[in-house]
Design a protein around this ligand. Structure first.
Ligand code: MSP
Length: 516
């Protein structure tokens, strides 16, 4: 286990609203943070909004609002969405926060003084959607590979950061630090970029063209390039909280594959120049499509997290996102696929184990926990299945292989359902002499539920909480991951009657069309 965790998500551009892509990153970040908190690791999770630059200025204009009023409104929407889908962040940073603005200017002034920023002329092909320059080679038939739009040719006088000076050191660091960029494929992509002649990074925009940004401390005629501004959030956040020494370097930056270059190239070179240690790890995930198509407003296939939550519950969405996508690869979102997993894994697998265990305990023992004896070798095998699931889960979360972590827990849940079928307490109960054994079987089932809920708490926090309540365990007791099997419940302890944790869904509700 690490000794501390500082986890970050990208800062979302406020030109669009939260969708399933941004929700995925935040669900991953939230799950990892909950996982470490549960294991007693001091943890900080930072998310927020990226509010400057041309793209935002254009979106504000299109909305007929001032940039400030516009970003206030959309940033609040992001924060509200994360609050209502249960993302437990410790700090929500906005790049318009005065502390952040001050820090960006401090870093710029320092780099300027040390000769790492110079004035020069700038010419290139710029995509406003990406807020970055493209080389001819990177374009596809002359178009931005992500937006399929022609870039704008720009030629103007600007300030440059001496990125090339730090390129070699960055490349060496990535080459000699296994796991620095995960998965491996993105590490190779980053190294390929760093083997090219990247040149220096243009870090300003003249105010004649763009006013919406952080003014350069050494030239009031310019604002800062939005990426140079935004990347610094990862340091300015902990600094604003007065916790920089304790939190930096970040232990995990989570991003999507489209923003690999700024994070694997710009950011390390900026950190080296500014004299900060490099972050420990960059976790890069793939893209969500929707019904086989790129998610877009014009296609009307943007999946909104709140609509899905309203239709199926937040845990169903979290489960689907974490189980369906192999971290690093692309995945497709359809409501039908979500419903299939909800029914098979959540309703039949976990929900069924919860309801039958509680129902039998109610019917046979008036919801009182019985002694765990007489024992049978099958009981030990069940306990071992959960111990194995915990070991595997720890390993898989460490590798950001969330789907494997969930698979490991489900193997134990399946073992518990099989245990019920094999031990058949519903048959034994007909023989009065077997009553103690029936009580022991149900005791083991309750331990299985307790263990499953503990292991799943970082992934499915609402469901874990409902199981905890049904089992009548105090939050303190439930927090103890090292409770020995057979010791969680005193004999005679009262539990609740059956609950229906995940009702089966017959057909997809069409949540993405639901008005919001
Ligand atoms: N503002 C920059 C990040 C600055 S971080 C210092 C930005 N913002 S964004 O809103 O465009 O994208 C934020 C994140 O959402 C990125 O990690 C991006 O990969 C992710 N996603 C956007 N659409 C996505 C999908 N359809 N699927 C998965 N993730 C996607 O870039």
């Amino acid at each position: 286990m690490p000794t501390r965790a500082y986890i970050t998500t990208p800062l979302y551009y406020v030109n669009a609203e939260p969708h399933v892509g941004s929700t995925y990153t935040n669900v991953v970040a939230d799950t990892v943070a909950r996982f470490y908190r549960q294991r007693g690791v001091p943890t900080m999770l930072q998310t927020g909004t990226d509010e400057h630059g041309e793209k935002i200025a254009q979106a504000a204009e299109a909305a007929g609002m001032t940039p400030k009023a516009f970003v206030d409104q959309v940033s609040a929407k992001f924060q509200g969405t994360w609050d209502s889908v249960g993302i437990r962040y410790d700090h929500f940073l906005r790049t318009s926060d005065p502390d952040h603005v001050r820090f960006v200017q401090e870093v710029l002034a320092r780099l300027y003084e040390q000769g790492d920023i110079y004035f020069g002329s700038y010419e290139g092909l710029y995509c406003v959607g990406c807020e970055r320059l493209y080389t001819e080679k990177e374009l596809e038939s002359g178009l931005c590979p992500l937006h399929q739009t022609p870039p704008t040719k720009i030629s103007e006088a600007n300030y440059f950061f001496r990125m090339a000076k730090y390129q070699e050191q960055t490349r060496r660091h990535i080459e000699t630090t296994p796991g620095f960029i995960h998965p491996e494929g993105y590490r190779n992509e980053a190294l390929a970029m760093l083997r090219e002649d990247l040149g220096d990074l243009c870090i300003s925009r003249p105010k004649e063209r763009l006013q919406w940004g952080i003014e350069l401390p050494f030239d009031a005629g310019y604002v800062t390039y939005v990426w140079f501004d935004a990347l610094l959030n990862y340091v300015s956040g902990p600094k604003a909280l007065g916790r920089l020494d304790e939190l930096w370097p970040a232990t995990l930056h989570l991003i999507g594959k489209d923003i690999l270059k700024p994070h694997a190239v710009f950011w390390p070179t900026m950190l080296i120049a500014a004299g900060y240690p490099l972050y420990e790890r960059l976790g890069v995930h793939g893209y969500w499509s929707s019904g086989g198509h790129k998610m877009s407003k014009s296609l009307g296939n943007v999946v909104q997290p709140l609509a899905i939550r309203d239709a199926y519950g937040m845990d169903a969405l979290r489960y689907f996102l974490l189980r369906e996508m192999v971290f690093g690869h692309d995945a497709d979102f359809t409501e039908q696929a979500l419903v299939t997993r909800l029914n098979a894994d959540l309703a039949n697998g976990l929900g069924n184990l919860v309801s039958r265990t509680l129902a039998m305990n109610e019917k046979y023992f008036e919801s009182r926990v019985q002694a765990p004896r007489p024992a049978d070798p099958a009981d030990e095998a069940l306990a071992a299945a959960f111990a194995r699931a915990r070991r595997e889960l720890d390993e898989h979360v460490g590798e950001l292989a969330f789907h494997r972590g969930l698979e490991a827990v489900w193997r134990a849940i399946d073992a518990a359902n099989k245990y019920v079928a094999d031990q058949a307490p519903f048959k034994l109960v007909k023989d009065e002499a077997q009553r103690p054994r029936v009580g022991a079987i149900l005791h083991n089932c309750l331990e299985a539920l307790r263990s499953a809920a503990q292991l799943l708490a970082p992934f499915l926090p609402d469901s874990a909480e409902r199981i905890r309540e049904a089992l009548g365990l105090s939050p303190e007791r439930f927090a103890d991951l090292d409770l020995a099997w057979g010791e969680a419940f005193p004999e005679g302890h009262a539990i609740s009657s059956a609950i229906n944790l995940f009702p089966r869904v017959e057909t997809a509700a069409g949540a993405k069309q639901a008005p919001r």
